[in-house]
Design a protein around this ligand. Structure first.
Ligand SMILES: Nc1ncnc2c1ncn2[C@@H]1O[C@H](COP(=O)(O)OP(=O)(O)OP(=O)(O)O)[C@@H](O)[C@H]1O
Length: 601
């Protein structure tokens, strides 16, 4: 870390009277003469030994105040946890400078005052826990944070109405024992009353006290009616005028854009090139140095280029071609946006535009080159990539048959997804994963985001793992254990990344076996399967279609056992990918033998 960051962190810690911290021994660190990552300051965890990623200071007996300005000088900080200390005062608005925070835990402290409105700017936040403090006032617009899955604020003095959160994602929500009032927004059956207890003025479901019905409007007198018609006419007149004005502006804007474009381009892919201010419509191919190369002063003369890896489909593809081609938005995922780009009537590519990946250009390139060296027929290769300071793009061949998730979700045009095909998906995916893990183990590159929407079906309907190693992702739910008295999590970090892929693969097996998709919470499907299996109704978990097709229950149970091992909460108890592949191959062989012998009969 830079000296500025070290000094700011030392100042941050100095404000929390760390004198009596139980972990304060020779290894405490927290002085600006050492590096937090190299000297491993207590409670600090880093990414690639170079930037601070997590600060976990639970149960450290800290008091004083939280100096958010100093803390957030560490721009890379993703996890900050201060549970169970005695820190007081306000939560300062500078907390929003920690813009990469995904987890913020402040429970069981002495914070007071209202929550800063800037908290709502932390739009990467997934888990926020401020419970058991003395916070008061109204909640900021936290419903704007679309990825929030935990919000815990029980036992504070918060008041006002509860904002209209998207409760389908927010599955760990608790505002009980505060002073909230008014109607509870529609929780769509996702929460029960325990999330809202102890707020005497709250009403509506899931609580039992209904909200008072608003008084019915008094019938208006003819005079009123007359004046409201008059008002209506006046306002609609203004409305029409405003509309004409907006249309005029739009017309002008389109005309200017057309002139600039020379009417040539129809791209929907607005890529920011390495020139800081240019957009696709301003991009001038003639400024590039070579076919694939764009240079900008901002990159200090270094070229940022579209690197085409081996692919007959996109041979000779230029960055300009990507910009010019018509693009259609296919979907927005956690890590970015996916476009279908039509290069010519016969060639479509999928362009993944990656969001918020803090990786240097050199690291990104060497990672892509390394992944490209490891090939497997069931792993979709990256055919080209682009990396500038503002943009990271990956280009894949577009797979018209879509993903396993879509397929399981019923868009199969009436075809049944039979046991043989599902076992084939399982075995090929397992083999591909085992191969990638083995080859990339030493590089520490796991898939990081394995799920059924990242398993694509190629033209022969064979599964292909897509987006391998696209992000350095840690499994948020597993990596961060709230009981952080023991925080020695890093030695095993790399191994855990691979084991997180195994967990994810186990969920895919469950999806194949049950026909049910992992929805918002991966753990829901796992819990349901465990509950059914525990009650010895094992056959009940299997997709009815498989049962009626007469699929072998014995082999389905065998595959289920593999899945359950993969999703074992204990990382160490999970098998590795080659063990998984070996067992699934054996199940497949069994299946083939039995099909063969029944065909012989
Ligand atoms: N090469 C491809 N060809 C065809 N469809 C694709 C391709 N790559 C991805 N898709 C599909 O496009 C959709 C959006 O993909 P995207 O990767 O952006 O989202 P995601 O996988 O749901 O999320 P995440 O960002 O977490 O990976 C998904 O349904 C995915 O299956």
């Amino acid at each position: 870390e830079t000296i500025e960051v070290r000094q700011a962190l030392v100042q941050f810690m100095g404000n929390m009277n760390p004198g009596n911290a139980p972990g304060r021994d020779a290894n405490w660190g927290w002085n600006s003469s050492s590096d937090p990552c190299i000297a491993q300051w207590k409670g600090v965890r880093c990414l690639n030994s170079s930037s601070v990623k997590k600060i976990v200071l639970d149960n450290f007996n800290l008091s004083g105040i939280l100096d958010a300005k100093s803390l957030c000088a560490t721009k890379s900080l993703a996890v900050f946890s201060l549970n169970n200390n005695n820190v007081g005062g306000n939560l300062a608005e500078e907390i929003s400078n920690c813009s990469h925070l995904t987890h913020l835990y402040l429970s069981r402290n002495n914070f007071t005052g209202s929550l800063p409105s800037t908290l709502a700017r932390l739009n990467n936040l997934k888990r926020l826990n401020i419970s058991n403090n003395g916070f008061s006032g109204v909640l900021p617009d936290l419903q704007r944070i679309s990825g929030l899955v935990t919000f815990r604020a029980e036992y504070n003095h918060l008041s006002g109405q509860i904002p209209d959160f998207d409760f389908s994602n927010l599955n760990d929500f608790n505002v009980s024992y505060n002073n909230f009032s008014g109607p509870i927004p529609d929780v769509n059956g996702h929460l029960n009353s325990s999330s809202f207890l102890g707020n005497p003025e709250l009403c509506g479901l899931p609580l039992t006290n209904a909200c008072p019905t608003p008084p019915s409007p008094t019938p208006s007198t003819p005079k009123h009616k007359h004046s409201s018609i008059k008002q209506y006419l006046i306002y609609s007149g203004y409305g029409i005028l405003a509309l004409v004005f907006i249309l005029l502006l739009l017309y002008k804007a389109i005309k200017v854009k057309k002139n600039k474009d020379g009417g040539k381009r129809s791209s929907g892919l607005e890529i920011v090139s390495s020139k800081p201010t240019s957009t696709s419509s301003e991009f001038k191919p003639e400024e590039s140095r070579s076919e694939f190369s764009l240079t900008s002063p901002e990159n200090n003369g270094k070229a940022s280029s579209l690197v085409v890896l081996s692919s007959p489909v996109v041979n000779g593809l230029k960055f300009e071609d990507l910009l010019r081609a018509p693009a259609e938005l296919v979907g927005r995922g956690k890590h970015g946006t996916l476009y279908k780009v039509t290069l010519n009537p016969l060639v479509n590519v999928a362009v993944k535009r990656i969001k918020d990946w803090e990786i240097s250009g050199d690291d990104f390139k060497s990672r892509m080159q390394r992944i490209n060296e490891v090939k497997h027929p069931n792993v979709l290769p990256v055919v080209a990539y682009y990396c500038s300071q503002q943009e990271k793009l990956l280009v894949y061949e577009f797979q018209h048959n879509g993903s396993l998730s879509k397929y399981l979700n019923g868009s199969r045009n009436g075809e049944t997804f039979d046991w043989g095909s599902r076992l084939n998906v399982a075995v090929r995916t397992a083999n591909a994963l085992a191969h990638m893990h083995e080859e990339l183990q030493n590089d520490g590159i796991s898939h990081g985001n394995l799920k059924s929407s990242n398993i694509l079906l190629n033209k022969d309907m064979e599964p292909c793992i897509s987006e391998y190693g696209l992000m350095v992702v840690e499994n948020e739910d597993e990596e961060f254990i709230t009981d952080t008295t023991s925080i020695d999590i890093d030695n095993n970090a790399t191994r855990n990344l691979f084991k997180s892929d195994i967990y994810a693969f186990g969920l895919i097996l469950l999806e194949l076996l049950t026909g049910k998709l992992v929805q918002n919470r991966a753990s829901d499907l796992a819990k349901w399967v465990h509950a059914v299996v525990r009650e010895e109704w094992t056959a009940e978990v299997f997709d009815k279609v498989l049962i009626s097709e007469g699929a072998s229950e014995e082999r389905m149970v065998n595959l289920l056992q593999v899945a359950l091992k993969c999703i074992n909460p204990s990382v160490d108890a999970r098998p590795n990918s080659s063990q998984v592949a070996a067992v699934i191959n054996a199940i497949k062989e069994d299946e083939e033998k039995s099909t063969f012998s029944s065909a012989e009969l």
